[in-house]
Each structure stands twice: as C-alpha cells, then as structure tokens.
Write a protein that binds this ligand. Structure first.
Ligand code: FE2
Length: 428
C-alpha cells in the first residue's frame, strides 16, 4: 500500500516507471505498480526528476531590489556597498518574510534544497537570527543549509572573525569566507587557512566565495586546495565563483586543476551573476567572466551551477528556477553537445546535491520522496523550454500543482492550441 503513486513518468535515465511513495520515502520503482494508493499523479509522457538544488544563494538579501537604492554601476563592489546600507535598516522580521516568500516560490519551481550564505558582518547578527528562524520555518518542505559568510572580510572587518565564530556557535551549518576581499593577498591566504582549520576542528563543511574577480593573480583557490588536502577536508569543501580562473595563465592552470582534484574540491560557478558582474572594467574584447567549467570537469572536479542572487543589490532579475541558471551556464560555457546539456541538468540536481552532502537524495528505493514532474520529455527539453512544474513532491507530500498550460491559437485553418513541446516520442 502506498500513500502516493507517480505513474508513467520518464526518469532522467530515459526509462519509464511508476514511483510508489509511503510516508516520506520512495518505496518502489517499477515499470508498473498495480497496488492501490491514497493519491495517484499521472505523469505519463512527462519528465520526472529529483528536485532542483541551489548550492549558492543569498537568502538574507533576496527580494530586496531597490532598497534603499539600485546598484547604478552594476559592479560587485557597489553591490557590497549597497548591501551595507541596507543592513543598517533591515529587520529580522523583514528578512524572514522575504525569505519565506522566496522559499515558497522556489518550492513551486521544484527547488527544494538551498545553500545560502548569511552575512556575519553585523555585531547584532540579525541576518543569522533571521535565517536560523527561516531554516526552522521551512524545514518541512525546503532544506536550507546556511553558510557563515563574512561579507566585508574575515580580517578586513574588525569584528567579522568573532561574529563568524559566534554564528557557527548559534548553529550555522557551513564555514564561509571571502579571501579576495581581504586587504592583501597575504591576509586572504591567512583567512583561507584559519577558516579551513575552523571547519576541520568543528567537523563542518566549508564553502568560500573564492577569487570572484577578473584579476588572474587572485589565486586563493590554490591555498584552498592546499589547506583542504592538509586538513583532510576532502569532499566537504567548495570554492564558489572562481572567476579569476578564466584569465589565469594556462600553464599555471595545468598545475592547479590536478591539485583541486586531489583535494576533491567542488566548484560552484554562478553563471547569471558571473556573466553580469564580471568584466565590468573591460573595454573590448570583454571577458565572459565564467570559470573553466568543462576543463575542471575533465579533471574529475565536481562542478555545480549556483544561482547566487534573485532581485537583490547585485542582480535585478531572477526566477528561482535552476533551469534558468543551467540555461545561462550552458550558453556561457558553450556546453551545447547533447552529452554536455544533459550534464548541465545533472549539475543543478545530482551534482549540487552531492556538494551539499544531502542524504538520501535521488530517485531510488529508500530515497527521500522528493521529486518534480516537468512538462517536458527529457532533461534537454527541460533546459530548452524551462517548462511548467506540473507537480512538486517534497518529503512524501504534494506541495505544488500546476495545470498544463498550452497556448490557445485563433488562426483560421490551424489547430486551436499550440504545444511548445515536441512529441514526447521524439528522442534526441
Ligand atoms: Fe555569493
């Protein structure tokens, strides 16, 4: 007996199956499940995927665009300054309310796990209080993993070091940092060392904003890989952005990538933001601002796409849709081969889940019963159309449903509706 059966969907491997759910677990996957269920979702011809995962976000700032003013230059540095102004006037209640609105929106898009950096450069730690409260409020349907993030510099800000440690004591999950924003390369490297030691002492994961700059001499990722290996943090560490790598010397990168692979260091580029914010000091030719995605993958380095921002001091747009993120990444990294496009889909699902070390993630018997039904036939079509999420199931419960939405066409002699999808029987 099942509480819920999702019937006839196409799984990421191309097979068609029924998925039986009891409680919060997937308890059966088979070509046909004949048993009764409390609820049946017909996913015939639709694509059924494990939920989307965002490995890099700023929940404390989201949906604040325009407060107290917009980012006129569009640069990272004006965004940081603007966020500093907003921090002076923001309240815990407002951050919780914005976060709740965002999590509801994300859940409706099938985005059910989010790693969010929370700014610790505030002696009152209002953002930390708000995000811990939010993590608790949404835990029934969205897994929120928090990173203690000293936005203004672990050493550069006079109280950031103490406040970051306080945030970890309060229950923030992951150690964060921003070495390229410290006063000097030396300070940046020292911050990487101390932050890795903090993670090792406390048995935590670490995820640094690392080398988010166009400066090819910003090489903190080398120190991060070194410290991760020295301290045994393999598989628990990520470098976010790593944009400077796009302009590094090729010989140097040929040494760097094996060191990153040895450290089992994951990389989290954020294509919507990187293409928007980087290269702002360039004239022409103008750099794309994205790190070396395919080259890292060719060395066995896990690379996941992150979203970073939705309507905040750094980015005026955003949709809570990880397919939009992967779509931009696919273009900027030129990943247009069918195998590369499928990999882009995996990056916003399986790979991101592994970066967060999410337990029981995926579509298999015994896994947590979380999935999304998309109005598409397969992963590539999902990327092409970024279609409606017909049904989202989180921890065994249907939390969002949406009617299939074809366009009505009024052209004499032509069919009355337009389907954006190709025939599901067509395969790439
Ligand atoms: Fe970020």
């Amino acid at each position: 007996m099942f509480d819920l059966i999702v019937k006839g969907g196409t799984l990421p491997d191309g097979s068609t199956a029924d998925i039986g759910i009891a409680g919060d677990r997937i308890t059966a996957i088979a070509p046909t499940i004949g048993a009764q269920a409390g609820q049946v979702i017909d996913a015939t011809g639709d694509f059924v995927s494990p939920p989307f995962v965002d490995p890099h976000f700023h929940m404390d700032a989201t949906l604040s665009y325009g407060k107290p003013r917009i980012n006129a230059s569009g640069t990272l540095l004006e965004g940081i300054a603007l966020w500093g102004e907003l921090k002076e006037i923001v309240t815990v209640e407002e951050m919780v309310e914005r976060g709740l609105r965002y999590c509801d929106w994300a859940a409706s898009m099938g985005l059910l796990a989010i790693r969010s950096h929370v700014d610790t450069c505030d002696d009152r730690l209002l953002g930390v209080q708000a995000m811990l409260e939010l993590r608790d409020k949404v835990k029934g349907y969205v897994d929120l993993q928090l990173v203690a993030f000293p936005q203004d510099g672990f050493y550069r800000d006079p109280t950031a070091r103490d406040n970051t440690i306080r945030a970890l004591d309060m229950g923030v999950d992951v150690v964060g940092g921003i070495p390229h924003f410290e006063r000097s390369m030396t300070d940046g490297a020292a911050s990487v060392r101390e932050l890795c030691e903090l993670a090792a002492e406390r048995g935590l994961m670490i995820d640094l904003h690392c080398d988010e700059t166009d400066d090819p001499m910003s090489r903190h990722v080398e120190t991060l890989a070194y410290e991760v290996t020295r301290l045994g943090l393999q598989g628990r560490a990520a470098g976010s952005h790593l944009t400077s790598m796009h302009s590094m010397d090729n010989y140097y990168v040929s040494k760097l990538l094996p060191l990153m692979a040895e450290a089992e260091l994951a990389a989290v580029p954020n294509p919507l933001i990187n293409i928007t914010i980087q290269g702002r000091h360039d004239t022409f030719p103008k750099r794309r601002g994205l790190t070396r995605v395919k080259e890292m993958q060719n060395h066995g380095i896990p690379v996941g796409w992150g979203q970073d921002c939705v309507r905040d001091p750094w980015y005026p747009l955003g949709t809570a849709d990880m397919l939009d993120v992967a779509f931009m990444g696919l273009h900027v990294a030129q990943m247009t081969h069918p195998d590369e496009m499928r990999r882009c889909f995996d990056m916003v699902t399986q790979v991101n889940a592994s970066i967060l070390n999410l337990p029981d993630y995926g579509l298999y018997e015994g896994a947590q019963a979380s999935l999304v039904v998309l109005d598409a036939g397969d992963p590539v079509e999902a990327l092409r159309l970024r279609p409606d999420r017909l049904c989202v199931i989180s921890k065994g419960k249907v939390i969002s449903e949406q009617a299939r939405n074809d366009a009505r066409l009024s052209v004499p002699g032509r069919p009355g509706s337009v389907r954006r999808r190709h025939d599901p029987s067509e395969t790439l």
